[in-house]
Design a protein around this ligand. Structure first.
Ligand code: NAP
Ligand code: ZN
Length: 348
């Protein structure tokens, strides 16, 4: 077994504790990664606080992992010691179904193994990136291009790919008007990526507090949706809306912001249901879509795109003892724009 210091949530909503956890010895296709940085995704908070139903504890969250390979299994061909790699939301899949063969491992017919709060095919609980080391099959480690520092690369492994995927799928690019709802971890990446793809980007945030930032990230317009009349003034304006909001939203009002044939791609995962009338989508042939992370080939492509365009996440680096407070700040919408844990600060 491989022992490593980690941040552990002992039970739902309880404060984190620094503890030593154990990883399996390397299998033939495994790499051992010295984790340098781990992003805090709102999904970590949903799971630690059991907002998505019952979870597995003790839990080591973290699926925005950036680090350096420090050992390899006997059969590893993709990486060598010293390579810079990232790990996102998945650590295994069957590799044989039509989806895996297509590089869409998130839809694996057997069920992809999630990086934490899940069980491997061996029945062992998975443990995520709030730790100094992780063990993962080389198939689920992605090379981080040299041009991107590890701290700003970590959030790309979930926030980056989660918004890159619907932006690409629904044709963000020159001549397209894209709106991003919620300027948090996913939202700020959506603004950067959509602008780099050549789209005209608008931010829809609750207040004006992030206006300067939104424009600096690449948006050309910014709207405070909490102000009277703002949503009405934006009716039929956008070809594509990426909804990153972590809380329930009046869906019908936002569908109304789409032009005919427009698409609202939802990536936020609050616990409530969407509420809208059939006429809201039928009348103008609009699409209400969802999108779930992205496969490994798309993640590699996204990282290359980021390196080409000089894109990393905008981060606040924190130490291990600041994670509990950071969770509260994320929930309050008070993060600019991703907390990233320096894993060297986890007490051993
Ligand atoms: P985040 O950093 O907290 O950003 C969410 C943003 O939503 C906030 O910055 C805020 O933006 C807005 N917001 C928060 N509470 C709100 C409320 N009550 N009403 C309206 N707007 C509110 O979270 P994140 O890490 O980007 O994650 C966002 C969501 O995506 C989470 O639900 C997460 O679980 C989900 N997620 C999904 C996938 C996927 O594969 N689909 C992957 C990763 C995460 P403003 O302050 O600008 O209004
Ligand atoms: Zn995430």
């Amino acid at each position: 077994m491989i022992s490593t210091p980690a941040l552990v949530a002992p039970s739902a909503g309880a404060p984190f504790e620094a503890r030593t956890v154990e990883h399996r010895d390397l299998r033939d296709d495994d790499v051992l990664i010295d984790v340098k940085f781990a992003g805090i995704c709102h999904s970590d908070i949903h799971q630690v606080r059991e907002e998505w139903g019952s979870a597995h504890f003790p839990m080591v969250p973290g699926h925005e992992i950036a680090g350096v390979v420090s050992a390899v299994g006997d059969g590893v061909t993709k990486y060598k010691v010293g390579d810079r790699v990232g790990v996102g939301c998945m650590v295994d899949s069957c590799g044989e179904c039509e989806f895996c063969k297509n590089g869409e491992e998130q839809f694996c017919s057997k069920g992809a193994v999630m990086t934490y709060n899940g069980k491997g095919y061996d029945g062992e609980p998975t443990k995520g990136g709030y730790a100094q080391q992780v063990v993962v099959s080389e198939r689920f480690a992605v090379a981080i291009p040299d041009g991107i520092e590890l701290d700003v690369a970590a959030p790309l492994l979930c926030a980056g790919i989660t918004v890159y995927s619907p932006l690409k799928r629904w044709g963000a690019g020159p001549g397209k008007k894209v709106a991003v709802i919620g300027l948090g971890g996913l939202g700020h990446m959506a603004v950067k990526l959509a602008a780099a793809m050549g789209a005209e980007v608008s931010v829809l945030s609750r207040t004006d507090a992030k206006k300067e930032d939104g424009l600096a990230l690449g948006a050309t317009s910014y709207h405070a949706t909490g102000e009277d009349g703002v949503l009405d003034s934006l009716k039929s304006s956008f070809d594509l809306i990426i909804n990153t909001v972590s809380a329930d939203l009046p869906m019908q009002a936002y569908i109304g912001l789409l032009r005919p044939l427009g698409v609202i791609a939802n990536v936020g995962l609050p616990s409530g249901n969407y509420d809208f009338a059939p006429g809201a989508v039928v009348g103008r042939s609009r699409v209400v879509a969802g999108s779930n992370i992205g496969g490994i080939p798309a993640t590699a492509e996204m990282l290359e795109f980021c390196a080409e365009h000089g894109i990393g996440a905008t981060i606040e680096k924190i130490s291990a003892d600041e994670v509990d407070a950071a969770y509260d700040r994320v929930v309050a919408g008070d993060v600019r724009y991703r907390f990233v844990i320096d894993t060297a600060t986890i007490a051993s």
